[in-house]
Design a binder for this molecule. Structure first.
Ligand code: NAP
Length: 291
């Protein structure tokens, strides 16, 4: 039977992120008025990986735009795990710091997990610690990993009802795929995780109402895999602004599709800043640095 060709509606992240940033800016302003200081996000950058340098620069410039102060701590590429752990411990103990971002990936000689676990959970606004992962998985108060949390906000903004839907997450990294599945499960989706050992991946994807691609391979998910009318989120970001989904093919099958760039990316930074302000509010509420 010939299929009816249709073009998906785009789930643009830029506008949704702007709304969240506007709300964040208002809360940062209120916080500053009440406490006499701005919320502060501290970033640790180890080495000079060009992509990481750019990400940190963009995040700091967004901080400025919403009235959040930022501090950058840099360490040389050849730093040891101990050097990075010491730097994060200092930030965790610094009463003037509300949120800590450890820009990753860290150089291979550094034990990333050990560095992450030195972040005070109250300041883990990037949601990378075991404490944050457990809080998110159990649905109790804490900070979610920014990209998956941003994706859920984007789906909500586009009126996607996840209840009872079959969701397939391709990728199971600790910061993206795994927490993504947990957040979809919390919304009562029936979740399947796929990864590099998954067999018959196209068949599994073709059964999904919602697909999240978090693989890190350009144009990996093909249009022919996608069920007609599915919601497709492309979390991938590869060289030359190419996502993990073959956009030109997927747009003919999906009902909703995120563009790359301008889809998931802007949401990630907006959630990071939002969570920084929330961390500042919570710390002030519990008596830390109240006037
Ligand atoms: P990652 O740590 O490299 O994880 C990639 C995942 O893909 C792994 O779980 C891997 O499976 C799976 N995979 C690899 N090859 C596969 C295959 N042939 N079939 C099925 N699964 C396969 O990457 P990540 O950090 O999660 O990032 C994924 C993508 O998202 C990247 O493009 C990254 O740039 C992007 N990203 C975007 C944002 C944003 O804000 N927009 C933020 C973070 C990441 P195994 O576990 O079996 O190895």
């Amino acid at each position: 039977m010939p299929s009816t060709s249709h073009a998906a509606r785009l789930m643009e992240g830029t506008g949704v992120a702007q709304k969240l940033l506007a709300e964040t800016a208002q809360r940062a302003h209120d916080f500053t008025t009440e406490t006499g200081r701005r919320p502060l996000l501290a970033a640790l950058l180890v080495g000079m990986d060009p992509a990481s340098v750019t990400y940190v620069r963009v995040k700091r410039s967004r901080c400025e735009k919403v009235g959040v102060s930022s501090r950058l701590v840099t360490l040389p590429t050849k730093s040891s795990t101990e050097d990075a752990v010491d730097a994060v411990r200092e930030l965790s103990e610094d009463l003037t710091v509300d949120g800590i971002l450890v820009q990753h990936p860290l150089p291979s000689a550094v034990d990333e997990r050990a560095v992450f676990e030195t972040i005070d959970p109250a300041k883990d606004v990037d949601g990378v610690t075991m404490h944050s992962f457990a809080s998110m998985a159990l649905g109790v108060s804490g900070f979610a990993s920014c990209t998956p949390a941003g994706i859920v906000r984007l789906l909500d903004a586009n009126g996607v009802d996840l209840d009872g839907k079959r969701a397939v997450v391709i990728g199971r990294s600790p910061i993206l795929g795994k927490p993504m599945g947990m957040l979809l499960l919390a919304r009562n989706a029936t979740v399947t995780y796929c990864h590099s050992h998954t067999r018959q991946l196209p068949d599994i994807v073709s059964d999904a109402d919602v697909v999240v691609a978090a693989v890190g391979r350009p144009r990996f998910v093909r249009g022919s895999w996608i069920k007609s009318g599915a919601v497709v989120v492309d979390a991938g970001y590869n060289d030359d602004n190419i996502g993990d989904v073959a956009f030109d093919e997927a747009i003919e099958k999906a009902s909703l599709l995120t563009p790359v760039p301008g889809g998931v990316g802007p949401m990630t930074i907006a959630v990071l800043l939002h969570q920084t302000v929330v961390a500042a509010e919570r710390r002030a509420g519990s008596g830390v640095l109240r006037p």
